[in-house]
Ligand binder design. Structure first.
Ligand code: GDP
Ligand code: MG
Length: 183
């Protein structure tokens, strides 16, 4: 973890990874959160990218380094380097495509293979704005999250609903765990 108890809280830097099937909205969740942008066309950049976002957690400044697969998941080859050192994860599906929800187990396995079992994880059902096209109910998402011990939230990168909350939930929990350890 990129933290030591001697450091000031301003130096807290948490690596968070975004995972989930192609086109569920990972890049747009990050774009909405970090830059308040939304793109209706998928940008198919290849290669890993991350954004460092300053966040205020209980009045303390914390930096989240949020990694985006930037398309490599299409080849089912997200590298172990992507996961290395991650302390948080957003595992994303699209509420309008059941197949992406059915992939969640595989993504959780991959996450646990490549990173610490204690990585703080939130299950994210994105595209909540697509009410008429919904294929996965909120209750199903919630039930899976409870069974797996994950946080859960439905989001929309399009209308901004819960986007900041999803990232904040993860960062706040990491911060709380580390503060408890330091004390
Ligand atoms: P990624 O492959 O998981 O990074 O997905 P992208 O962020 O590239 O998004 C894939 C497609 O879904 C794009 O056409 C986006 O405009 C669209 N999209 C992403 N988030 C949302 C959302 O919350 N609602 C709707 N309606 N479309 C979204
Ligand atoms: Mg993407």
């Amino acid at each position: 973890m990129a933290i030591s108890s001697e450091e000031q809280t301003e130096d807290y830097l948490f690596k968070i990874v975004l995972i989930g099937d192609s086109a569920v909205g990972k890049s747009n969740l990050l774009g909405r959160f970090a830059r308040n942008e939304f793109h209706s066309n998928s940008k198919s950049t290849i290669g890993v990218e991350f954004q460092t976002q300053k966040m205020d957690i209980d009045g303390k400044e914390v930096k989240a380094q949020i990694w985006d697969t930037a398309g490599q998941e299409r080849f089912r080859a997200v590298t172990s380097a992507y996961y290395r050192g991650a302390v948080g994860a957003l595992v994303v599906y699209d509420i309008s495509r059941r197949q992406t929800f059915e992939s969640i187990g595989r993504w959780l396995n991959e996450l646990h293979t490549h990173s610490d079992m204690n990585v703080v994880t939130i299950l994210v059902g994105n595209k909540s704005d697509l009410r008429d096209a919904r294929e996965v109910s909120a209750d199903e998402g919630k039930a899976l999250a409870e069974a797996q011990g994950l946080f859960f939230m439905e989001t929309s990168a399009l209308d901004s609903s819960n986007v900041a909350s999803a990232f904040q939930t993860v960062v706040k929990e990491i911060y709380n765990i580390l503060s408890r350890k330091v004390i």
